[in-house]
Design a protein around this ligand. Sequence first.
Ligand code: GLA
Length: 519
Amino acid sequence: MNTKCKYGYLLRFLVTLIIAMAVVATRIVVLVTAQQTAEPLTGNWVVRTSNNDGTFRTTYLNLTQEGSRITGTIRVTQFFYHITENTGGPDGFTLTASMMDGKSERKVQYEGKLGGDELHVSTRRRPTDNPTQMVAVRAPAGEGALPARNPLPALHKVPDNGLARTPPMGWNSWNKFAGRVDDPTVRSIADAMVSNGMKDAGYLYINIDDTWEGSRDAQGNIQTNKKFPDMKALADYVHSKGLKLGIYSSPGPNTCAGYEGSYGHEDQDARTYAAWGIDYLKYDWCGARTLYTDEEMPALYQIMGDSLLKTKRPIVYSLCQYGRLDVWKWGADVGGNLWRTTGDIRDAWDSMSRIGFNQNELADWAKPGHWNDPDMLEIGNGSMTETEYKTHMSLWSMLAAPLLAGNDLRSMNPEILSILTNREVIAIDQDKLGKQAKRVWQSHDQEIWTRPLAGGAQAVAFFNRAPDTANVTVKWTDLGIDGKWKARDLWLHQDVEWAGPEYSVTIPGHGAVMLRLRR
Ligand code: GLA
């Protein structure tokens, strides 16, 4: 074979090889493309729901479909779930997704099907819930992903800000108004607090809870949403009434209601609050759980504790993380003036009494500047009786708890106002010694709690947790009270004759009797 012929074969062989490779490659591309088009649920899907204040709640379903298997994640603004179970396909599927929230598992279920370019889904937390219907559309890959975890600072003791020497008193928007709070409401609540005598009785803070937040501007500054056109002007107004203004945020990327949190913007937000004239911050864990564990809470709360101090403005710092990780043991160290000890209160005897009577073990952690917070008052919200609301006020005052009214101050009846403004009971709550009451006696559903007061006085509260009237007779010495005292009934506003070593009292069902004893 001559050289020319040899090269001819080689050339033909190479051309054939290239053609064969091209055919195989094309087949692979065709196959992969076919596979992709056969997996129509794969992709990043988004549902945007308007909050009607210029902000949106978002749900991202980041799905990968491989045959009958659907995996991926679901982010509902402040929650981040992993899909753990699935059935079905594009014509009808069910997904169960789960996340850990501290020690408890939170689950959510989605049912849906593909309709053209849209994913029609309905969601519910429990099988008995009414499903919420939504339509998701395709979003660019990566949109809605969680931000990266910022490194945590080493722990140190945040210096005491010197505020809240007695438990804070005021009003908070959440229990009554939730997402409906807005600028005009806050102004009219401030007006009411002054005109109805609450301010004179000691109520001071007007606290805006969740849902005031807008988005961030190009420099990362937090803005208000449409409900609060000018926070500085609102603060000026509240201040002009001799009151103080509080606000709310989260150490996480989002708040509990899914609004913008302070994550990664702590110094900047604290400076914004100070510039607006904010006097109180409630800082709610919620959205931080997508990135951090409960054990990491102190570091995240410390960041904002430091940020608030740096502003040099006196801002009361209220920790809200539902009492997890025994917050009473470290709340003061991260700069907290008060810390929630429980989950959310509801306007119901069961909720209020379960929370209130469960605070005994925490008594020794309360002190001037640093208080246990069994959550805001529900007095006047309508689902408890006046007797029960008196018990709520009595118990919270015995507990040296913050007294943050949670009702509509513009439209309450005189009985509710007189419960909230009972100065003799408020004086127990605000006692300078700052000692939280303890349970000293219990028999069936009746309990007696006592609290030492400044100047050697004491408060004694007799509670009846049963629904029917109860008669209680006790020896004062069984309550640790020796000798003769002058007693005053703080709800009847009259002195009580000291009748010797025993005391008998009739307590209405779910009711309370409160005495102040002095030598
Ligand atoms: C949590 C808090 C509540 C309230 C809401 C607002 O549930 O515990 O007190 O602030 O968030 O979203």
